[in-house]
Design a protein around this ligand. Structure first.
Ligand SMILES: [Fe+2]
Ligand SMILES: [Fe+2]
Length: 237
C-alpha cells in the first residue's frame, strides 16, 4: 500500500493549483477562525473592559481585546488572499457557537472564559502549527503567544479571585455556566470532515483526541490548581 503524503503548500497562489477539496477545507478553517475571533471579541473581550475592576485590569483587558480583534483581522486578510468573500468572514452570515449566545455579565465570567475558552483556542492553534498550508502555519505561530497570554491572564485573575470565599463561589458559578459549552468546540467523534482535514495534513489530531486532551488540561487547571470542581460533560452530540 502506498502512503499518501499531502503536499506542502507555501503560498495562496500555490493553493489555487491544489485539488478543490484541499482548497475548500483550507477556506473552511480560515472562515471559522475569522468568524469566531470576531464573535468572541464582540461578545466577551470588548464588553469586559467595562467590567474590569481596576485600571491595571482594564489595561490588560484592552490588550486582550486588541489582540482578539487582531486575530480576526489576520485570518480575514488571509481569507481575502485565498478568495473568500468578505461577507463570509463576519458573524452576520454565521450562526454563533452556543457559547456566544450568553452575553457576559460579570468580571468573574470573563476571567473564566479566558481561562477555559482560550485554552480551547490554544489547542486549535497548536494543531495548526504543523499545517500543510504554510500561511496558516505562520499565522498560528504569530497567534500562539497571544493566546497563551490570554489563558495566563485567565489563570492569574481566577487565582486571585479564588482567594476570597465570595470570589471562589463566583468563579465556580461561571465555570458551571460556561464550561459545558466548550468541549463541543472540538466537533464530533468520527467526523468525516476531520478525517479529510487529517488526510490533507491541514489538521493533525482527531476531534475526540483533542477533546480528551482539552478536558484533561481544563481539569488540571480547575481542580488541581484552583481547587474547584469541573462539571461533568457528556460527549459532544
Ligand atoms: Fe484569539
Ligand atoms: Fe484569545
Amino acid at each position: 500500500m502506498t502512503e499518501f503524503t499531502p503536499p506542502q503548500v507555501k503560498t495562496p497562489d500555490e493553493l489555487k493549483a491544489q485539488p478543490a477539496e484541499f482548497q475548500d477545507l483550507v477556506r473552511k478553517i480560515v472562515v471559522s477562525h475569522a468568524v469566531n475571533e470576531l464573535y468572541g471579541a464582540q461578545v466577551f473581550d470588548e464588553p469586559a473592559i467595562a467590567y474590569a475592576p481596576t485600571p491595571y485590569a482594564k489595561w490588560l483587558t484592552c490588550r486582550v481585546a486588541m489582540e482578539e480583534y487582531g486575530h480576526h483581522v489576520r485570518f480575514k486578510e488571509l481569507g481575502e488572499q485565498i478568495g473568500i468573500p468578505l461577507e463570509q468572514m463576519t458573524p452576520s452570515s454565521h450562526r454563533p457557537l452556543s457559547i456566544f449566545e450568553f452575553p457576559l455579565k460579570t468580571w468573574e465570567e470573563f476571567c473564566v472564559i479566558k481561562l477555559l475558552a482560550d485554552l480551547a483556542e490554544i489547542l486549535q492553534v497548536e494543531d495548526l502549527l504543523h499545517c500543510t498550508f504554510q500561511p496558516l502555519r505562520n499565522l498560528a505561530r504569530m497567534t500562539m503567544p497571544e493566546e497563551r497570554f490570554h489563558a495566563q491572564f485567565g489563570k492569574d485573575f481566577c487565582t486571585e479571585l479564588c482567594q476570597s470565599e465570595d470570589g471562589r463561589q463566583k468563579v465556580q458559578a461561571a465555570i458551571n455556566h460556561y464550561f459545558p459549552y466548550l468541549p463541543a468546540f472540538f466537533g464530533r467523534r468520527g467526523s468525516k470532515n476531520n478525517a479529510l482535514y487529517r488526510h490533507w495534513g491541514i489538521k493533525q489530531r482527531s476531534n475526540e483526541d483533542m477533546r480528551a486532551d482539552y478536558v484533561e488540561r481544563a481539569r488540571a487547571l480547575v481542580e488541581d490548581h484552583l481547587k474547584l470542581s469541573l462539571p461533568a460533560v457528556p460527549e459532544a452530540a
